[in-house]
Design a protein around this ligand. Sequence first.
Ligand SMILES: [Zn+2]
Ligand SMILES: [Zn+2]
Length: 267
Amino acid sequence: MQVLEAVGATYDPYPPRRERAAELGARYAFASQVLGFYGRLTEVQARAFVAAREWKPAPADLPQFVAGRVLPEVVDVTTAAGPRPLVDAAVACFSTADLPAMVRAWLEGAAQPPVEAYLARAATQPVLEALGYAPAPALPGQGAGRTCPRCGGLPQLSYFALSGEALVSGPRYLVCARCSHGWVFSRMTCAACGEQEAARLPIYQEGDVLPHVRVDACDRCRHYLLTVDLRKDPRAVPVVDELAALPLDLYARERGMTKITVNLLGN
Ligand SMILES: [Zn+2]
Ligand SMILES: [Zn+2]
């Protein structure tokens, strides 16, 4: 059983993410660039995770800690391995932006230019994951388990866990886009608006290529997210498999659907 919660002093989520990124990058040509870059980024994030554990910055010190210790490395790896448009935007942003303010804005869920959101998110997420808290208010207008119980963030993805018993279905979890916390959520409910009418909740799959990932969409609010099914691929690492499932994002977008939260790499 895969445990996504940050438990125990030795828990480190990054080696399995890096290994899965390499495995899927080799399997899926359409995702090899994205996952190659993500693999490099996880090296920086893993160091940030360890540093956050060691230094335990207080909530008020988080923006300074992230801007000073993590952001420079995120910019370095982005410059070395990122896609060209992101490289140029990241360099310009790093040299001109008020970096602690940029991190603070991300923590508060403020609207930001994509490059600022990417940099702040890539640098802050491992710190929040290591600390197990997120000093941010719940986003307005959300409820009924559709936002993270730890920090109020929106879900990045959902996944079906392994149940451990052959005849029992595993629970469905949502995973927070801000702090990576996972929580149990109803199986047939839109994670954006709460719709429960099955006829309004279409599911799209690409069975041959990505049999263990699907689009959970909603005809009422026109939002979707990707769901990773560990029962169909127990080796899946949801946050990595979600990044790999580019054809499903394309498919949903072509149908006019908007993802509840774009992932770290903007898809
Ligand atoms: Zn959260
Ligand atoms: Zn909906």
